[in-house]
Design a protein around this ligand. Structure first.
Ligand SMILES: Nc1ncnc2c1ncn2[C@@H]1O[C@H](COP(=O)(O)OP(=O)(O)O)[C@@H](O)[C@H]1O
Ligand SMILES: [Mg+2]
Length: 615
């Protein structure tokens, strides 16, 4: 029941973080200023309207006169009309800012994710990144778009209201304002507590959802491993914690409002009591008392709002921190400024300066580790002539994938260098190398869209005929044409409407279409059936011709025809040669070969039997 944990926000308000965010919102600064203007005018009108009422009470009602009522009504209507437009205006601008900020952050975030190298995705779980670009971003859009409304209105209203109250009756105002400090403190504490409790609820909730998900998806495994009781215990614990947090949030909310209302009422009651005497004594008019009471009642709303917003800002800070960290992540593999100047970057390549890639590859004394202290390769040397097919064999974890990942520059050597066509590949751009690279993985990744769109993925300008030629070359055409719409058949999300073998053939065609000089097959045939493997097998012969290629495979039938076979053990080449040379040596490869050969023979016999039984 492990799931992505939201960090708790223990940090104090971090102004520099919000400044960075406001800088991100730069395209919307004009809109934010408009909101400030709308809210300022709105707050002033909110202070002015009770004054109008007070004027009406004293002059028209108490004064029993209708003189100038026309002007008064006109003024009143004008104020209300302005207020209506204010509301329209700020709603529109805030919505605009909210969507705009989300859009900007998502665009920058997505661009960053495209730039970041492989190693970043080793460290970051997918769920974590998803929640940064969805929930966190939405949260920030909300906060930036809407908190300014309440903050601005509240601040202007508080100031304008206090000034008016002082002018009306400064002694009474001083007493009424005595409740301000305790109210501010109480509001702040409660709002923070409530938000914290809600946050706990959300956190547990996501754990519970993950629990449901795993509980349902993994039902079979659970049953076979007799984990039911343990799972229920774990689940009950998390659900119990969620209940406790929910009750806490509800209790705090329930306590908060009565306390604030009581404090506010105390102030109002005091004003009414003292003010009442002053009216009776003729010191104060009824209209003034009315407006004073009105202000006293309204005064505490913005205090509550501002406390809530600060609490919200503090909790949105965690989201801000996560988003900013993502946007500021520096990729560990970068092209130097000189390289970018000459060959361009990922988004603006200068292809006219790119040298043609021939395909000679050299490892010069390469040392590499993923994590400090866990050396995978040390002082590794290898020379590969262009056009050669190199097969890598060895146990799981011996470093085969690492070697090809280094060639692809998904990772860079910790020490030493890798030369391509005689030049350190760090003196060329990543895009140059990767544009010349065909890479087929064990689990093929297709994207939703049609078969043709998937084959064309790496070369959107390829013609239909080229797409077909690529499919034909890898032997995928027969099954493609057998589907209802042929090349226009949708493959489903992640290609889930196709079998693994079919997906593999398509990813093969996709790799071929870009006409790469270097081809890498990392266990590309391990998860396909024997029939597909034979198809791929045949394709490999034609496809790899004239390209430098690296094949990592379990099935020796795939390896046998390679120009050179390297046996990798613990990051070192322990045997190398052709199939014939290596079997003659009777070493590790020979053992592997004989064991596997027997196995494959065994399988063939089994297949034969099954076929015979079916017939
Ligand atoms: N992304 C990674 N982060 C940390 N360690 C890794 C990573 N990939 C591989 N390793 C480690 O490097 C070693 C070699 O792995 P790998 O090259 O994938 O082996 P092979 O492909 O031969 O099975 C293993 O010990 C493995 O645990
Ligand atoms: Mg591997």
């Amino acid at each position: 029941m492990q799931s992505f944990q939201e960090e708790d926000y223990t940090k104090r308000f971090d102004l520099s973080l919000w400044k960075k965010l406001l800088r991100l919102a730069k395209p919307y600064h004009r809109n934010l200023w408009m909101v400030v203007v709308f809210m300022t005018v709105s707050a002033i009108i909110d202070v002015a309207l009770p004054m109008m009422n007070s004027y009406a009470i004293d002059n028209y009602i108490a004064g029993h006169s209708m003189a100038g009522i026309g002007w008064f009504v006109a003024g009143y209507i004008a104020l209300v009309t302005i207020q209506v437009f204010n509301i329209l205006g700020f709603l529109k601008q805030c919505g605009y800012v909210e969507c705009g900020v989300c859009y900007t952050i998502r665009r920058l975030g997505f661009q960053k994710l495209q730039e970041l190298p492989f190693s970043y995705y080793d460290r970051m779980p997918v769920g974590y990144l998803m929640s940064r670009l969805t929930n966190d971003t939405q949260r920030l859009g909300d906060t930036i778009g809407w908190s300014i409304v309440d903050l601005c209105w509240g601040a202007v209203f508080l100031v304008a209201c206090s000034v008016q109250m002082f002018i009306l009756n400064w002694r009474l105002t001083l007493v009424v304002l005595l409740v301000f400090p305790p109210l501010a403190v109480i509001s702040w504490k409660f709002q923070k507590g409530i938000l914290q409790a809600y946050r706990q609820v959300r956190k547990r909730n996501s754990q519970i959802t993950a629990g449901f998900n795993e509980g349902i998806m993994g039902a079979k495994t659970t049953k076979t491993l007799v984990r039911e009781e343990m799972n229920i215990e774990e689940f009950t614990q998390v659900a119990g914690e969620m209940r406790r947090s929910s009750v806490k949030a509800a209790t705090l909310s329930a306590l908060f409002l009565p306390i604030v209302v009581s404090l506010g009422s105390l102030a109002t009651a005091y004003a009414l009591w003292k003010g009442g005497y002053e009216v009776l004594g003729g010191v104060m008019t009824l209209g003034v008392l009315q407006v004073f009471i009105n202000y006293t009642v309204q005064f505490f709303q913005p205090v509550r709002d501002i406390a809530r917003i600060f609490a919200e800002l503090q909790s949105a800070q965690a989201a801000a921190e996560r988003v900013i960290t993502l946007l500021e992540t520096e990729p560990d593999i970068v092209d130097s400024p000189e390289v970018v100047a000459r060959f361009g970057d990922n988004f603006h390549p200068k292809k006219e300066n790119w040298p043609a890639l021939v395909g000679d590859i050299d490892f010069k004394d390469v040392t590499f580790h993923y994590k400090d202290g866990e050396q995978v390769l040390s002082h590794f040397n290898l020379h590969v002539e262009h056009g050669q097919t190199i097969a890598l064999v060895g146990e799981t974890g011996s470093g085969k994938s690492t070697i090809v990942n280094l060639i692809c520059r998904f990772y860079e050597p910790t020490e030493g260098s890798i030369l391509i066509d005689g030049a350190d590949y760090r003196t060329r751009s990543q895009l140059w190398l990767q544009s010349n690279l065909g890479y087929v993985l064990q689990s093929p990744q297709l994207f939703s869209g049609t078969v043709a769109e998937n084959i064309r993925y790496g070369r959107p300008d390829a013609t239909d005929e080229e797409v077909r030629a690529a499919a034909r070359m890898v032997g995928a055409e027969p099954f493609i044409l057998a589907m209802g719409k042929g090349y226009d058949e949708p493959v489903g999300e992640g290609g889930n409407r196709l079998s693994t073998g079919q997906k593999q053939l398509i990813s093969f065609a996709r790799a071929i279409l870009t006409n790469p000089a270097i081809f890498v097959l990392d266990e590309a045939t391990s998860s396909v059936d024997t029939e597909t493997e034979q198809l791929i097998q045949r394709a490999i012969q034609t496809v790899l011709d004239g390209r430098t290629s690296f094949i990592i495979a379990h099935r020796l039938s795939t390896i046998r025809s390679a120009d050179r076979i390297l046996v990798i053990q613990n990051g070192k080449i322990t045997e190398e040669g052709t199939h014939r040379q290596l079997t003659a040596r009777q070493g590790y490869y020979y053992q592997l070969y004989t064991n596997q050969f027997q196995e494959e023979q065994g399988l063939d016999i089994l297949d034969g039997k099954v076929a015979a039984a079916k017939a």
